[in-house]
Ligand binder design. Structure first.
Ligand code: NCD
Length: 363
């Protein structure tokens, strides 16, 4: 039996997500009633990559529950710069704190942490891979403003290749009824193929890949805008060429439905013109507040203070006997030599496999 962590957005069942969103609703109704729930508990925020909102959101969540926080917001001044592994860091921090939120530029780092941690780990974003607490934020926002998670048409626009919030959100929304996905991006920034092959296609989910926002905006219930992820480009010239691919402005909003909502995980660069902020359909600042409340609900849940989650018996994936070397330059295995390569099969015929940590495909 395993302690529960939140590494990937589908680590929680749909029913468990529902309970967390319901708890967040209860907190929104009466925040003061939860003000002492985490008295005596400590949240550690280990942020190896810059962040303002996500880290402050976690810290605000814990403080509003009456708990305390410790942590770092850059790896530069820690023993990581002396060469300490994620495994060792987490064994140490797990002796001080009751729960840990970790953000890391290498994909799979929080997964590694969860293998060694004595306390629950929350993935607060790993490279271009996953960002499951942003997904809880997005789900709570959509459910609160649209009244439902199923039966929606969502357009995801911008950097679908490196945008980890998009990856987590698609995996999660794919579990609700009648969700239609419209994937709007330049060809170079399309959604990673493994999400098409493992999530959208096997579940027979309607999806379309398009390049023009204008062409599809009128069909959407939710428009999820994203920033082009400058820091993940290996080729800076390519970033320069693609950075202004989409700008949502008042003229484009005129083509949208009256009840469409616009979400964005923030920070925004220039993909949403400032004039859109005053449009009642712009929901990205409301989304920020939902994010804090849902993190409060998540902390209470993972600590077992409210709605405790049942421990799970994780099925041991069948590992590839002679694993290849992961070709993803952002994989945690490229940063830590001692970490064994581990690959698992993704199809029954055993012709395809993916890295256990970062989920990049291999043949
Ligand atoms: C996102 C992230 O870090 O992936 N931001 C966030 O968590 N609020 C989106 C982004 O950086 O573009």
């Amino acid at each position: 039996m395993h302690m529960r962590h939140l590494i990937d957005s589908t680590d929680l069942s749909v029913a468990e997500v529902d309970r967390i969103l319901n708890l967040a609703d209860d907190i929104i109704q009466d925040p003061a009633a939860f003000g002492e729930c985490c008295k005596g508990r400590i949240l550690a925020t280990l942020f190896y990559e810059p962040s303002t909102r996500t880290r402050l959101s976690f810290e605000a969540a814990m403080l509003r529950l009456g708990g305390k926080v410790e942590g770092f917001s850059s790896a530069a001044n820690t023993s990581v710069s002396k060469g300490e592994t994620v495994a060792d860091t987490i064994r140490v921090v797990g002796s001080y704190a009751d729960i840990v939120a970790m953000r890391h530029p290498k994909e799979g780092a929080p997964k590694v942490a969860s293998l060694f941690s004595p306390v629950p780990i929350i993935n607060a974003g790993d490279g271009g891979h996953q960002h499951p607490t942003q997904t809880l934020t997005d789900l709570l926002t959509i459910r609160s403003l649209k009244g439902r998670l199923g039966g929606i048409t969502i357009g995801l626009c911008g950097d679908l290749k490196f945008g980890r919030t998009v990856h987590s959100l698609i995996q999660s929304l794919a579990r609700y009824e009648n969700v239609t996905f419209i994937l709007i991006s330049p060809e170079e920034l399309q959604l990673p193929r493994h999400l098409i092959h493992e999530v959208l296609e096997p579940n027979h989910l309607p999806y379309r890949e398009v390049q023009s926002l204008e062409e599809v905006i009128g069909e959407l219930d939710v428009l999820y805008m994203t920033r082009i992820q400058q820091e993940r480009f290996l080729d800076k010239a390519e970033y320069e060429r693609l950075k202004d691919s989409y700008v949502l402005d008042a003229a484009k909003m005129q083509l949208a439905r009256e009840d469409m909502i616009v979400l964005h995980p923030l920070p925004r660069v220039n993909e949403i013109a400032l004039e859109v902020d005053s449009d009642p359909r712009a929901a990205y600042f409301k989304q920020v507040k939902f994010g804090m409340y849902v993190r409060m609900a998540l902390i209470l849940t993972l600590l077992g203070i409210k709605n405790p989650l049942a421990p799970i018996r994780e099925e041991e994936p069948e590992l590839v006997a002679q694993p290849p070397v992961c070709q993803n330059p952002a994989c945690i295995t490229t940063a830590e030599n001692g970490l064994p390569q581990r690959f698992m099969y993704t199809d029954e015929a055993h012709t395809r496999c993916k890295c256990f940590y970062c989920e990049h495909d291999a043949k």
